[in-house]
Ligand binder design. Structure first.
Ligand code: ADP
Ligand code: MG
Length: 330
């Protein structure tokens, strides 16, 4: 099968009947043509996944497709944007029908719960890598940005942190596997390979949150980006109140992962990457609205601290909390 037949067979229809916004012209010409409705801004972001860097060699094709789109949708979620279109640049080592079918199935599944339409891309041969660019829409001037946190705002996080991190440990340290029951293992692997981009939560936080970021490199590292961009402010976090993976909360299980006290387990969870939860700030007057949203959307949202003038992150006893997020080129 040549490149053009492959595009026709596998990619052309992804997201076409998902309910995503229409496009004026999609796959098939030199470029796609898109119209941004008046009164809206186009919100654009890209993320690349490379085999061996962003996912282990053993990752199933379905999960690679799912995750590649999910991590991009998470960026749109962090801005409060509504997903509209995406392009897909894929480098494949060979033409493998079964692999491609599974890869597209992963994307297709996510597209059905979070509508977005594939409008173009590029297909090449080489070491497996998947690069997706997402485009979303937000009412002009309303996007949630990193720079809006104010001194006195509350700090919130969605979900439970460290779950994807545990999933990665399960993949990399296979000897641990027998000590968790299979449904627990499946849960954490799922959190690693099929993150839940918090798109609806992000949209619902428009006009409520003062700043927002998605947690891709670890809560502390990402919260620090927000604090830096908001005029070098800081935060006091109630570390014991940060929701973390359940298996890290039982002493015996945490010990099996090598965390022999509660603080070590907590430190792992707040520095672990790949959770794709949202970390946002909001005025204390929005507390009821935010709890109401969390209940309505059935997404756990926890208030974990306060924005303060002094730069840096501190625990409630005033101790400086170290950041150990994931960084490339280091
Ligand atoms: P060109 O050579 O002009 O860049 P291509 O031959 O690479 O065009 O692509 C032909 C059409 O197929 C274009 O509309 C392009 O956007 C689309 N396309 C190519 N690869 C992909 C892909 N992986 N996913 C979606 N669309 C793709
Ligand atoms: Mg061309």
């Amino acid at each position: 099968m040549n490149e053009f037949a492959l595009i026709e067979a596998y990619f052309k229809h992804l997201g076409a009947d998902s309910g995503a916004p229409a496009c004026d012209m999609g796959i098939g010409d030199d470029c796609a043509l898109l119209s941004v409705p008046s009164g809206y801004q186009l919100v654009v972001s890209s993320d690349t996944l490379i085999r061996g860097v962003h996912f282990p060699e053993s990752t199933p094709a379905y999960d690679i497709g799912y995750k590649a789109l999910a991590v991009n949708l998470s960026d749109l979620a962090a801005m409060g944007a509504t997903p509209a279109w995406f392009s897909l640049c894929i480098t494949l080592p060979e033409f493998d029908e079964q692999w491609l079918g599974q890869f597209c199935h992963g994307i297709d599944t996510l597209v059905r719960s979070t509508p977005i339409r594939l409008i173009g891309g590029d297909t090449t041969k080489g070491v497996l890598s998947v690069s997706i660019q997402v485009m979303g829409l937000v009412k002009s001037g309303q996007a949630l940005c990193r720079h809006g946190a104010n001194v006195g705002d509350d700090v919130y996080v969605s979900g439970r942190l460290g779950e994807a991190g545990i999933g990665l440990r399960l993949v990399l340290d296979e000897p641990i596997l027998p000590r968790m029951n299979s449904s627990q293992c499946a849960y954490y692997l799922n959190r690693l390979n099929r993150p839940s981009p918090r798109v609806v939560l992000g949209q619902s936080l428009l006009n409520i949150a003062s700043s927002c970021i998605d947690v891709s490199d670890g809560l502390l590292a990402d919260l620090n980006h927000t604090l830096d961009r908001s005029g070098k402010v800081g935060a006091i976090l109630d570390l014991k109140n940060i929701p973390i993976a359940e298996c890290l909360m039982t002493t015996e299980q945490a010990a099996e992962f090598g965390f022999n006290n509660e603080n070590k387990a907590r430190e792992f969870a707040i520095n672990a990457g790949d959770d794709y939860e949202l970390c946002f700030t909001a005025r204390p007057s929005h507390r009821n609205a935010i709890q109401g949203l969390a209940t309505q959307l059935v997404v756990p949202v926890q208030r974990i601290g306060t924005v303060v003038e002094e730069p840096g992150v501190y625990d409630i006893a005033g101790n400086f909390v170290n950041v150990r997020g994931y960084r490339h080129f280091q």
